[in-house]
Design a protein around this ligand. Structure first.
Ligand code: MG
Length: 392
């Protein structure tokens, strides 16, 4: 029988005061559900968006579709942001995996929005299960950047899809067959930006035992590399347990093998115990739990028939998420405010004109001239201050 072992932890990192990441590690209504969310927004708004998303997913039942929970989280974030100016503009990424299928065809279902990632380590090879919804990922897909350039790109944290950005949001969903020995990793960009993929794969391989060791090693490696962002790591191992051999009638193992599978997870839960433990390190929050045999528990939940990869919907240029989303430029002798970023992908502009300021180019002196010419990126507050200074 297959069962899951997991370990997850999150850390604010070495630079940021708040931790805007949130995680769910098998302690929701569906014990096979694991989630990482990375909040975006000033002050503590990002934290609100990511934890709202985790709380909605925490209540998701094994037979309920991901899409419903994603849409509910999206509308809650939007409603909260509309009702409170401090939360305005908040959003979050999400990556979630849950396990199901049946005894013959165990599966994992992966869903994501933004640049939080899922990876699969199988037979010693690490492969990404998600494609970032980010500016640089789009530029790589369009051939404008190489992967190596993307990793160094100053706008690598701008994401093109987020919960809380628009009324309609669509996650990318994937269903993949799983097998004993599989190791899944969910992480926020605080790991994937700081630690190269080959190093991530090596760490996962070097610690084949309990998932706690590789999870802690990944976190410490990200912190040692600078820890400039919040870091969240969840490692889930798919393990195989021998069928129960003990039998009052003295039945042999062969007899057990042909007997019908347990109708639910009770037998395996007794065997594994509901061992929950809290583990705390000085810099990290961590929880682990050995979950019951998920296949027996979810035997009825058959999701999908084959690998389904829903390819990213068309990129929406109006919403590019990051810390800076405004810039100024000179056009026809006038200072113009743009929303977005000064890039285009093919014929698609990643910006729109937000305001003709009425400030003449000839009236603009240093120190304002170079940042306008260079399209320096600002937050809304910052750009308002610049415009105020220009107007005075
Ligand atoms: Mg992050």
């Amino acid at each position: 029988m297959l069962y899951l072992e997991h370990f997850g932890l999150t850390d604010a990192g070495k630079v940021r005061r708040n931790n805007e990441d949130a995680l769910l590690i098998g302690d929701g209504a569906d014990e096979t559900l694991f989630v990482v969310a990375d909040g975006i927004g000033g002050f503590e708004a990002g934290e609100v968006a990511s934890s709202m998303t985790v709380e909605v997913l925490r209540r998701l039942g094994p037979d309920e579709p991901f899409g419903d929970a994603i849409r509910e989280a999206n509308s809650r974030i939007l409603a909260a942001a509309r009702g409170d100016e401090k939360l305005s503009g908040m959003g979050t990424t999400v990556v979630a995996v849950r396990f199901g299928g049946n005894r013959e065809e165990p599966r994992a279902e992966v869903s994501h929005i933004g640049d939080s990632r899922a990876y699969l380590l199988r037979d010693g090879t690490l492969r990404p299960l998600t494609e970032d919804h980010s500016l640089v990922a789009e530029l790589v897909r369009s051939g404008d950047l190489t992967r190596a350039q993307a990793a160094e790109h100053p706008q690598k944290n701008l994401i093109t899809r987020a919960l809380g950005a628009e009324d309609e949001v669509e996650a990318d969903n994937m269903v993949l067959p799983v097998e004993a020995g599989d190791r899944l990793l969910l992480c926020s960009d605080g790991l994937s930006d700081m630690v190269p993929e080959d190093r991530i794969g090596a760490i996962l391989k070097e610690h084949p035992g309990e998932p706690e060791a590789p999870a802690r090693k990944l976190l410490s490696t990200a912190l040692d590399a600078g820890g400039t962002d919040n870091v969240t790591v969840v490692v889930v191992d798919v393990r195989e347990r021998e069928e129960p051999e003990e039998d009052a009638s003295g039945g042999t193992r062969e007899m057990q093998a042909v007997s019908p599978p347990a109708p639910d997870g009770r037998a395996s839960r007794r065997r594994s115990g509901s061992a929950r433990s809290e583990a705390r390190a000085s810099r990290s929050r961590a929880r682990r739990k050995r979950s019951r045999g998920f296949l027996a528990a979810l035997g009825k939940a058959i999701r999908g028939l084959a690998i389904i990869l829903v390819v990213a919907a068309a990129l929406t240029p109006a919403y590019l998420w990051g810390s800076s989303r405004y810039y100024l430029g000179f056009e026809e002798g006038e200072v113009v405010l743009y929303q977005g970023i000064p890039y285009s992908i093919g014929s698609l502009n990643l910006n729109r004109e937000a305001e003709r300021t009425g400030v003449k180019e000839s009236e603009v002196d240093d120190p304002y001239r170079p940042p306008i010419k260079n399209h320096k990126l600002y937050t809304r507050d910052e750009v308002d201050r610049v415009l105020q200074d220009l107007g005075d």
